[in-house]
Design a protein around this ligand. Sequence first.
Ligand code: GDP
Length: 444
Amino acid sequence: MTNDRDTIFALSSGALPAAIGVVRISGPQARHCVEALARRCPEPRRATLVRLRSPGSELVLDEALVLWFPGPRSETGEDMAELQLHGGRAVVAAVLRALGQIPHCRPAEPGEFTRRAFENGRLDLTAVEGLADLIGAETEAQREQAFRQLKGALGQRAVTWRQRLVEAIALVEAGIDFSDEGDVPDTLLVPALDLAKELLGEMTAALADGRRGERLRDGLVMAIAGPPNAGKSSLLNRIARREAAIVSPYAGTTRDVIEVHLDLDGYPVTLLDTAGIRETSDPVEWEGVRRARERAQAADLVLWVVDAAQDEGSAGATTAWIIRNKIDLAEGEARKDAPETGRSFRISALTGAGVDELLDALAEHAAGVFTGTEATLVTRERHRRALEEASAALARALAEGPTGREDIVAEELRLAARDLGRLIGTVDVEDVLDVIFRDFCIGK
Ligand code: GDP
């Protein structure tokens, strides 16, 4: 922890006005800030009600609950204070203005509190990512996954893997030292390779998760597609229960892709309404069609909407469910459907008939995708790459075998350890830090 750094402050709670506005302060001047405003510093970690005054005058700014967290046992690892103010715009503005006048104090940048926590070793990089995901979590399953990551699901595991690698490296290096004296004892290389094999097995298992972690973080993508006027926008609106897409009796009005985030029984689903996919000579519409095709193709599931009365085509190669819409108009009995590979539903986007059944099926589908035997450790592409690289290095070390060169084995094991170090953020992180902290808001 450096003492020459600025003390930072920010409103850490949400939009004003609100019942309470929480201002956090972190850095060497934190105690001085509290004393300047409250004229005293409360006992550590004890909520204390005090009048805050303008420094250098008797003007009362607010009456607030103040908490004092001396470092290093604080979230950032520095001295910290938290002011729970009345959440009025002018109240918070007055307190922030007063703090800004204290020497060496300045407003925090986005993610700066968390960045300090990381730099002071309070959180490893995977925990920082977990924290960002926890704040961004929109559904229950995302929240659970993010919380696990914040609490070290992958981070702790990587630390242990790395410790075992260091043991293996020590064994091989001991072997290298011996080799000056003639015979290299296999007895050192063999247990090192055994350890590497064990680690490779565990990492391979962690990677073989069907990308459930990343997919849960991003949400499943489902595209609503089908011929113009089939009722795609109407269906999306019906599902989202808000006017997200333009419903129009004219074909081709919905040119762009409109997306709605859904929470289906705790699982995140992004629903895309694609433009009426069809051939067109209008360049603007063509672009819409191209984009629609592209996103529909990348979707985890396509809901192919057709007019039940016209019963058009099918969605082609992608996994698709056929949604026969406008059953309120379809005359007579439902015609016998041609055999189909995916599932098929009969609905009316207008009356809502059959839509609940469709939603239940979608929720079940999402649950099926995300439910696995084990909680996933990998929740980001960055994690996956680090583990893949570490595994590749371990595989190269193992390829050397017990009669191989110790220096090569040692080097590969070192590379694997370095990959794990990057994963938790102990080495070589400068390039990823900005990307990770970019996602944070001010005050976090
Ligand atoms: P899109 O081009 O596939 O997005 O289709 P729209 O959602 O814009 O719907 C085209 C037209 O069909 C509009 O006039 C809708 O009001 C109408 N429509 C959509 N769904 C239904 C339905 O279930 N029943 C009836 N009767 N009309 C519908």
